[in-house]
Design a protein around this ligand. Structure first.
Ligand code: KIV
Length: 269
């Protein structure tokens, strides 16, 4: 089993590969392909559940997906992404929601979209044995305030991110996701921290990278500019399902090999 310490030891020596997954079958495939950490992202909202954005995703929805991913995984570190308003409003409720992901669903860590309001919570969770991955830069749960634009493009905002990154490291975060920030900020935050940085649209100097599964395999209808498509699963699915429909309509499927016959069933009526 991969631990947060293993992930921390990788930083600087080898690049850390993280990818999202939202079900057991995909988690097994993703792990088999060699990812180190699987993020059960609240991106499940737009990638899978048909929501416009991540805001409607509930704790129950994430919990169910985390359970499935943990069951499909042997070795990769499973990180549960805490959905909008599941943390932050009330400390006891936040701890309960995060704890549920480890205690009931089998996650190894939680990710919090971070800001000044998550520093104390990170410390509390870490004290309780709940490893925290922080997340700064573009935090999609703040879409109503920031949109999906690149963040920290001026010195003031970049300095704020650097300070928040340090504050979360001091509070005990074991890693930091940096999303959609200039590459030269990604490099400086990585240099400034001992904990690994995991970039998504933050340049190649981070200690690792994360992307959304549906973007990587070419299943998403559209992808952000910093994503890369490494396969064309949409075309594969279209072609396989089209062949199935044709075979059903033409009577080619099912063939004799797809069902057995039983003896003594002739002339039932
Ligand atoms: O929800 C998610 O998939 C994420 C990653 C994009 C970092 O937060």
């Amino acid at each position: 089993m991969t631990t947060v310490r293993d992930v921390q030891e990788m930083a600087g020596d080898e690049q850390i590969a993280m990818l999202t997954a939202y079900d057991a079958a995909t988690a097994a495939l993703v792990e088999g392909a060699g990812v180190d950490m699987i993020l059960v992202g609240d991106s499940v909202g737009n990638a899978v559940l048909g929501y416009e954005d991540t805001l409607p995703v509930t704790v129950d929805e994430i919990a169910s997906r985390v359970g499935a991913v943990a069951r499909g995984t042997d070795d990769a570190l499973v990180v549960a992404d805490m959905p909008f308003l599941s943390i932050g409003a009330d400390e006891a409720e936040s701890v309960k929601n995060c704890g549920r992901m480890l205690k009931e669903e089998g996650a190894n860590a939680v990710k919090l979209e971070s800001g000044p309001h998550t520093v104390e919570l990170t410390e509390r969770l870490d004290d309780l044995g709940i490893p925290v991955m922080a997340h700064l830069g573009l935090t999609p749960q703040s879409v109503n305030q920031t949109g999906y634009a690149q963040q920290a493009t001026d010195r003031e905002e970049a300095t704020e991110i650097l300070e928040l990154a340090r504050a979360h490291e001091d509070a005990g975060a074991f890693a930091l996701v940096l999303e959609h920030v200039p590459a030269n900020l990604g490099a400086q935050v990585t240099e400034a921290l001992d904990i690994p940085t995991i970039g998504i649209g933050a340049g190649g100097d981070c200690d690792g990278q994360v992307l959304v599964f549906t973007d990587v395999v070419g299943l998403a209808e559209s992808s952000p500019p910093f994503a890369e498509q490494f396969g064309d699963v949409r075309s594969e699915v279209r072609s396989a399902v089209g062949d199935y429909v044709d075979a059903v309509e033409s009577g080619e499927f099912p063939g004799e090999q797809h069902a057995d016959t039983a003896e003594d069933l002739e002339d039932l009526y």
